[in-house]
Design a protein around this ligand. Structure first.
Ligand SMILES: [Zn+2]
Length: 64
Protein backbone atom coordinates (compact mmCIF):
# COMPACT_ATOMS: atom_id res chain seq x y z
CA UNK A 1 0.00 0.00 0.00
CA UNK A 2 1.65 3.18 -1.08
CA UNK A 3 -0.41 6.22 -1.65
CA UNK A 4 2.24 8.75 -2.46
CA UNK A 5 0.00 11.48 -3.74
CA UNK A 6 1.99 14.66 -3.85
CA UNK A 7 0.41 17.61 -2.22
CA UNK A 8 1.50 21.22 -2.19
CA UNK A 9 0.58 22.34 1.27
CA UNK A 10 3.12 25.04 2.08
CA UNK A 11 4.28 28.15 0.29
CA UNK A 12 6.69 30.99 0.81
CA UNK A 13 6.42 34.24 -1.07
CA UNK A 14 9.90 35.45 -1.84
CA UNK A 15 8.74 39.04 -1.42
CA UNK A 16 7.77 38.25 2.17
CA UNK A 17 11.37 37.28 2.80
CA UNK A 18 12.40 40.80 1.86
CA UNK A 19 13.29 40.30 -1.79
CA UNK A 20 11.88 42.33 -4.65
CA UNK A 21 10.72 39.16 -6.33
CA UNK A 22 7.45 37.63 -7.51
CA UNK A 23 8.52 34.03 -6.94
CA UNK A 24 6.32 31.81 -4.82
CA UNK A 25 8.10 28.71 -3.57
CA UNK A 26 5.75 25.82 -2.97
CA UNK A 27 6.36 22.49 -1.34
CA UNK A 28 4.97 19.51 0.49
CA UNK A 29 6.36 20.60 3.83
CA UNK A 30 8.29 23.40 5.48
CA UNK A 31 11.48 21.45 4.89
CA UNK A 32 10.59 21.01 1.23
CA UNK A 33 10.01 24.74 0.80
CA UNK A 34 13.26 25.52 2.58
CA UNK A 35 15.13 23.07 0.40
CA UNK A 36 13.94 24.98 -2.66
CA UNK A 37 14.35 28.43 -1.16
CA UNK A 38 18.11 27.97 -0.81
CA UNK A 39 18.86 27.39 -4.49
CA UNK A 40 16.33 30.05 -5.51
CA UNK A 41 17.92 32.69 -3.29
CA UNK A 42 21.34 31.74 -4.61
CA UNK A 43 20.39 31.75 -8.29
CA UNK A 44 17.97 34.64 -8.31
CA UNK A 45 19.43 36.86 -5.63
CA UNK A 46 23.06 35.73 -5.19
CA UNK A 47 22.28 35.16 -1.52
CA UNK A 48 23.36 32.24 0.60
CA UNK A 49 20.60 31.18 2.95
CA UNK A 50 22.16 30.82 6.37
CA UNK A 51 20.62 28.91 9.26
CA UNK A 52 19.76 32.29 10.77
CA UNK A 53 17.89 33.28 7.61
CA UNK A 54 16.07 29.98 7.61
CA UNK A 55 14.88 30.71 11.12
CA UNK A 56 13.61 34.09 10.05
CA UNK A 57 11.95 32.67 6.96
CA UNK A 58 10.21 29.68 8.52
CA UNK A 59 7.39 31.76 10.11
CA UNK A 60 6.75 33.23 6.64
CA UNK A 61 5.91 29.83 5.21
CA UNK A 62 2.17 29.52 5.05
CA UNK A 63 -0.37 26.81 4.55
CA UNK A 64 -1.73 26.93 1.01
ZN1 LIG B 1 13.13 35.37 -5.25
Amino acid sequence: MSDTKRGIVKELKCSDAGFDCDAVIQGESTEDVMAQAGPHAKEAHQVDVTPEMQEQMSPLIRDV
